[in-house]
Design a protein around this ligand. Structure first.
Ligand code: PEP
Ligand code: MG
Length: 359
């Protein structure tokens, strides 16, 4: 098990005395959460929920949910998924023992969930009792030319509210159960991805609040929680003043914000960006170190406009830049409350946050 010891532990404790920003982690398995805590993470800044759905035992219910022709079909599939999703969050809340946990509702490019090829369609057809031809027709209807610019994030939550409802129920049921058992009450922060407009967040926040009230009534207890949003589209940064009316926190998703601001695909950039960097056209790889002059302006604008509406708006960053020292210095200067980095980058983030606070 990795652990910080000796001089390194000493250096870290020195850094912790000087830094202002909190350091959280991006993690979605109990093992990663545990490791990140050993590295000093003070909470989870981004728990992505997509991977939970790819689990071998769940993927057929997930596909059933996506390809069902009506709400009843989707609800039947979601009922199968709820217990395992609740167990996912239960385990994470336990490991994090009362530290903040930001759970992001589902944000997959939809095509990753669709069956591929005749064999997978046949298998799914067998498993859920819907003809393979019907399933294929439905998959064709959902096909997208540009899935990363398509039916993902909160758009999915608007089209299929039952999915976010199931996830919110799993979060609040697990949080209540852990609070009951341990006394370390979790404070879930429910995060909505890919928001562009205030209306999207208003609709989905109402849905989360409704489920929270239902679960609290069923469990005979209440818990503190927050609903907030990713800021990962230029429009969201521009309209942050309005969006902050519906959000208690913002987390800057600088992976997507870099992709959408530069118009460069985050998945293909590595192939053609290196000559750009070698020739100095870009001073650094913008997916590694925040493009401070460009994308950074949107982050600063989002932070300022959000806080103008809601002075105590909690602000963080959960893109890859949250573990990059130069980007962390920018986050300090912008007044963010925390950075969130992958577990192995937590120590570096603690150091960089201290250096930025002293500099
Ligand atoms: C982001 O876009 O910066 C982000 C953290 O979300 P994801 O990488 O999951 O799209
Ligand atoms: Mg994103």
């Amino acid at each position: 098990e990795p652990e910080l010891a000796g001089d390194f532990a000493e250096l870290m404790s020195w850094a912790d005395k000087h830094r202002r920003m909190k350091v959280r982690t991006n993690a979605e398995t109990p093992a990663d959460c545990r490791m990140a805590r050993q590295f000093g993470a003070e909470g989870i800044g981004l728990c992505r929920t997509e991977h939970m759905f790819f689990d071998a035992g769940r993927i057929s219910a997930v596909r059933q949910m996506i390809l069902a022709e009506d709400e009843a079909g989707r609800r039947a599939a979601l009922e199968k998924l709820l217990p395992e999703q609740r167990a996912d969050f239960h385990a994470i809340f336990e490991v994090m023992s009362g530290l903040p946990v930001t759970i992001r509702l589902l944000d997959p490019p939809l095509h990753e969930f669709l069956p591929q090829g005749d064999a997978e369609f046949a298998e799914l057809s067998e498993a859920i009792g819907i003809g393979a031809e019907t399933l294929k027709r439905r998959a064709d209807e959902l096909h997208e030319m540009n899935p990363m610019l398509g039916h993902r994030g909160c758009r999915l939550g608007i089209t299929f509210p039952e999915i976010y409802e199931m996830q919110a129920r799993a979060i609040f049921e697990a949080a209540c159960d852990v609070a009951e058992a341990s006394g370390d009450a979790p404070v879930p922060e429910v995060m909505i991805p890919l928001v562009a407009t205030r209306r999207e967040l208003q609709i989905l926040r109402a849905l989360v609040d409704k489920v929270a009230l239902q679960v609290f009534a069923e469990k005979g207890r209440t818990l503190e929680y927050m609903v907030g949003t990713m800021i990962e589209l230029p429009r969201a940064a521009l309209m942050a003043g309005e969006i902050a009316e519906e959000a208690l926190f913002f987390s800057f998703g600088t992976n997507d914000l870099t992709q959408t601001t530069l118009g460069v695909s985050r998945d293909d950039a590595a192939r053609f960006l290196s000559p750009y960097v070698e020739k100095g056209i870009y001073p650094r790889d913008p997916f590694v170190t925040l493009d401070i002059e460009g994308v950074g302006q949107l982050v600063r604008m989002g932070a300022e406009r959000g806080r103008a509406t809601r002075p105590d708006l909690k602000l963080g960053i959960c893109g890859e830049h949250g573990g990059d020292p130069a980007s962390i210095a920018f986050c300090e200067a912008t007044g963010l409350d925390y950075v969130s980095a992958s577990p192995f980058r937590v120590p570096i983030a603690r150091l960089a946050a201290a250096q930025a606070a002293l500099g």
